[in-house]
Design a protein around this ligand. Structure first.
Ligand code: NAD
Ligand code: UDP
Ligand code: UDP
Length: 340
């Protein structure tokens, strides 16, 4: 199915050069773009547990950090490359988890042109790489492709309600184009693709000051500041703990379905409910205050995970009340606020 022309020095011995090698029959070389970030670094931890995997991270450290990967630096099966995915990358791999992209609204709005370049040119480069070496590629798309959804909960068949010219568009329209590119490379060049639509995910190693709601509330509760609920506070989100997310992504990669598949926790909470839960669990004396919201904030969001259950045999295990204390522990260490 490859249409690589004379330009390619190494025609792809499809589907997986390393796996087919007689020297290492089931070894996998796995690239994780954005692997120094929150979800990426947890994915690295899990993939490194398998001694047959070699893991390469390519990251420009815009929102990620080497700190997240420090336990693997120097490990013989691990490599870390400072690389911006908007530039071409020439390496040989069997699998590509393509996560590179800022995920928090304050970071992706900070340089919207760079965000859309990362989504479009970055995904194009990862697909060009996948095509050249015959690798399978997974894109971490987002529930934001549903925009401010008119259907609730959101199944994969829903096309979404997205503002093409708003301040969030660099991210959500960027991911929509990235999905389109994935399917066009699949149809036109026979690339093996997988698309995950990730819903809000939380856990240890989130950027403390990245402005996302769970990290904000936990940091505020630990610093003794009021929890800032953005108006009206009745808007909802569904929060998935990061270990469940990583499990879902790995099942999707090694399964047979291209997706898109929603991966998220269907437990739905209003932002006021989330604030009350954080207050109760972490700091009952804290105040909750209402503050102004930002434009185009989706009013409700909850994944329909029927497909993930059927196709991947996956559903989340960690409830919000179990996950929040695990994140609290990590934030206490990093903020230097011991319990009691
Ligand atoms: P994150 O910001 O912690 O990680 C993103 C990583 O990508 C960072 O390490 C960053 O430095 C890197 N990066 C950004 N631009 C890059 C570029 N041009 N070249 C190379 N590296 C670059 O975010 P995360 O929460 O771990 O998100 C990972 C992926 O999951 C993203 O694609 C995001 O869109 C998607 N996602 C996350 C959530 C969530 O709730 N966390 C929800 C939906 C989708
Ligand atoms: N690319 C890359 N690594 C590779 C192969 C390609 O980064 O190993 C980039 C390449 O520079 C191009 C993009 O991926 O910008 C798309 O590649 P493709 O071969 O599909 O398109 P073309 O190069 O023919 O435009
Ligand atoms: N939010 C909030 N207080 C904060 C940060 C966010 O109430 O300090 C709200 C925000 O208005 C949105 C929800 O939390 O309705 C989720 O926002 P986040 O930026 O975490 O993720 P996303 O909007 O991308 O789902």
């Amino acid at each position: 199915a490859s249409s690589d022309k004379q330009t390619s020095p190494k025609p792809p011995p499809s589907p997986s050069p390393l796996r087919n090698s007689k020297f290492c029959p089931s070894n996998m070389r796995i690239l994780i773009s954005g692997g120094a970030g929150f979800i990426g670094s947890h994915l690295v931890d899990k993939l490194m547990e398998n001694e047959k995997n070699e893991v390469i991270v390519a990251d420009n450290y815009f929102t990620g950090s080497k700190e997240n990967l420090k336990k693997w630096i120097g490990h013989p099966r691990f490599e870390l490359i400072r690389h911006d995915v908007t530039e071409p990358l020439l390496i040989e791999v069997d699998r590509i988890y393509h996560l590179a992209c800022p995920a928090s609204p304050i970071f992706y709005k900070y340089n919207p042109v760079k965000t859309i370049k990362t989504n479009v040119i970055g995904t194009l480069n990862m697909l060009g790489l996948a095509k050249r070496v015959g690798a399978r590629i997974l894109l971490t798309s987002t529930s934001e492709v549903y925009g401010d959804p008119l259907i609730h909960p959101q199944p994969e068949s829903y096309w979404g309600n997205v503002n093409p010219i708003g301040v969030r568009s660099c991210y959500d329209e960027g991911k929509r184009v990235a999905e389109t590119l994935m399917f066009d490379y699949h149809r036109q060049h026979g690339i093996e693709i997988r698309i995950a639509r990730i819903f809000n995910t939380y856990g240890p190693r989130m950027n403390i000051d990245d402005g996302r709601v769970v990290s904000n509330f936990i940091a505020q509760a630990l610093r003794g500041e009021a929890l800032t609920v953005q108006k009206p506070g009745t808007q909802t989100r569904s929060f998935c703990y990061v270990s469940d997310m990583v499990d879902g992504l790995m099942r999707l990669m090694e399964g047979d379905d291209t997706g898109p598949i929603n991966i998220g926790n269907p437990g739905e909470f209003t932002m006021v409910e989330l604030a009350e839960t954080v207050k109760e669990l972490i700091n009952p004396s804290i105040e909750i205050k209402m503050v102004e919201n930002t434009p185009d904030d989706p009013r409700q969001r909850k994944p329909d995970i029927t497909k993930a259950k059927e196709v991947l045999g996956w559903e989340p295990k960690v409830k919000l009340r179990e996950g929040l204390p695990l994140m609290e522990e990590d934030f206490r260490l990093r903020l230097g606020v011991p319990k009691e």
